[in-house]
Ligand binder design. Sequence first.
Ligand code: LRH
Ligand code: MN
Ligand code: MN
Length: 431
Amino acid sequence: MTELKIEAALVAAENDKRRAALKADYHALGEQLSRRGIDIDAVKRKVAAYGVAVPSWGVGTGGTRFARYPGKGEPRNIFDKLEDCAVIQQLTRATPTVSLHIPWDKVADLGALKQRGEALGLGFDAMNSNTFQDQPGQMHSYKYGSLSNADAATRAQAVEHNIECIEIGEKLGSKALTVWIGDGSNFPGQVNFTKAFERYLDSMKAVYARLPDDWRIFSEHKMFEPAFYSTVVQDWGTNLLIAQELGPKAFCLVDLGHHAPNTNIEMIVARLIQFGKLGGFHFNDSKYGDDDLDTGSIDPYRLFLVFNELVDAETRAAAGFDPAHMLDQSHNVTDPIESLMISATEVSRAYAQALLVDRAALAGYQHGNDALMGSETLKAAFRTDVEPILAMARLENGGAISPVSCFRASGYRAKVAAERPAVTGSGGGIV
Ligand code: LRH
Ligand code: MN
Ligand code: MN
């Protein structure tokens, strides 16, 4: 029996307040969709089966490089974080797994961590390594790079850390390692682009050699930050080269915030799918750079267009198509649990809307060069308010019709604030 962090009776009472209205809305939407030839229950079943992983680092208040303003009842360690993740899953039923970051989530007793995950009904998604910070007692500094560092001993240390992440993940039941490095340069002339990339590839090959047969490795590109002139894994082109160079277990991870403004991310997604190298996502939203804002909060149409490519691939059963879906956000002014619940819902919403696209009509318009109707076909799906489908899927899966209202009514934050001592707010946030 899964341990519930919010009382089931409270969730039921909250749902009772909204059940009749939801039924009416679901029925009305069902009629509208059936006129468009869509079976609402079929869409709901797909949405109900959909899940996105919560980043362990997302449940604490993030921050910027200027300041961090801690919230009340912040998780003190990975066990507290798992409890917060369990709340998100209990109410949304859309986040069955957690993605860990090492060493932030490192614990001595991995058996206890696995057990705690099981008790809370949570699995472990991709492991994330961290060679973009120095840790206390670390022999070699990553100030001038990690996997691409000019110094062989520093590279070896970074390789070892990634192997340790795999070993930890094996004990927890994870099946993937995500590697993001901050390596790059701030000045023209600081590094030799070719040599740095050669060193990176050599290091990644050493990590890849240690990857279990049923694991995947995801490399994550990012245009800039913390390096501001050049980055070793700067874009999807370099990322694709990495995945192709490493082998069949290597794939590209697309963090939506890691591109230049106005980049056509959905097209990058299509290209990676076409060549069997889309590994997964870090969902978030951004206006300027790697803003790590809540998914769908700035440009929900772009999120929909990404999902349009995913559903297109799913519909035609594209070879090797099995991307991992994860959130990667930083919450500075909201309660992280609320932000993550809304974000998970936004990802499900984009999926549901993409399922409504009339793909036969779209193909016809594309063949006939009818640009306007091609666009209108996508817009018709995007404009549809699918909230009743999302809410019904949550309700039938045991979640809350309105997760945020239910969370607020539960008093969970005040309760954990009493148990978890306040932390100080000095220093910048995470990357
Ligand atoms: C880098 C990044 C990467 C890290 C996470 C904390 O900007 O997106 O995924 O692991 O932030
Ligand atoms: Mn990321
Ligand atoms: Mn990022």
